[in-house]
Ligand binder design. Sequence first.
Ligand code: FA5
Length: 346
Amino acid sequence: AYEKFQAEIETLSAQADVLSLKSSYLGKKGAVSEILKSLKDATPEERKEIGPKANEIKQEIEKLVAKKLSDIELAQINEKLSKNKIDITFTDAVKAKNNNHGGFHPRTLVQQEVEDIFLSMGFEVLDGPHIETEFYNFEALNIPGDHPARDMQDTFWFKDEKSPEGNKHLLRTHTSTIQVRGMQSRKPPFRFIAPGTVFRCERTDASHEMVFQQLEGMMVGKDISVSNLIYFMKEILTEIFKKDVEVRLRPGYFPFVEPGFELDIKCQVCSGKGCSVCKQVGWVELLPCGMVHPNVLRAGGIDPEEYNGFAFGLGLDRLVMMKYGIDDIRHLQSGDLRFNSQFKEY
Ligand code: FA5
């Protein structure tokens, strides 16, 4: 009877079924009770043998029933828990959907992308001060005090009569200041980039800001050529745009390079048809560059007889505009969340 009970209880999963099985064995008319009842007609020897066995079976059945009931209860609790489980990542996903989180500014996104590309090509990333001396911003770059090229970049000067003549302070007008700083602290061959904010006392329009970003690049070594320069420029544009974009290279004048070039990009806002960003000409000045002038190498403590190099000054805001088709540079500085939130990555 006990083996039969064991097999039967195994198949049950509801408490009520277990209880009714129990009563069919231990209840008034149950199998075990019948055995115990029949003892009154048994001989004393039979009673001695069957009595304790029947009681043992009764206890075993009670034990099995208690265990089964507690197993069923545990299974029920576990099922409840798994149904009401709190998924913490799910809460984050809901937040993301509601767009209540922050995101990177498009300028940061593009700058990080450009930095990654140059890092993968063995360039270092350098930084430099916003407040500069006349020396690093002009003189060391082959632009002496009376040079007309100083007028190419309208400069914010500090009123500091105490500084010696030729070393007055200013807000850097370009990241080229880091060219000489970088050269002074390393030995060739080397290659680095230097992203940063620059300042010019300019009238703003769709493609000009007073405070904007540039990304300087410099490579110095032996026998570096214009084709090396063009290779790196092409590489960076292909990586950033991930499609063919039309560019043109034309001669450009900068006192710190010789020869110098202007690399223009077909305006991506109007596809070259003409708009306020490209001033109706269909092309945007993006990436001036050239071979480093011997005087600049000298200012950085490098012998131009032994080494040469190239440098470039990427207009980072313009690159952002071209990549995303932004039709006014002033959006970048606006702090307008309707603009900024368009660049969140989900
Ligand atoms: C320079 O500043 C040079 N230092 C670049 C250079 C470096 C040349 C190394 C050769 C070798 P330019 O003034 O053209 O050059 O500025 C460089 C880029 O910055 C421009 O092509 C343009 O993309 C961007 N830029 C210039 N002025 C502004 C402005 N007001 N607002 C936004 N972007 C600007």
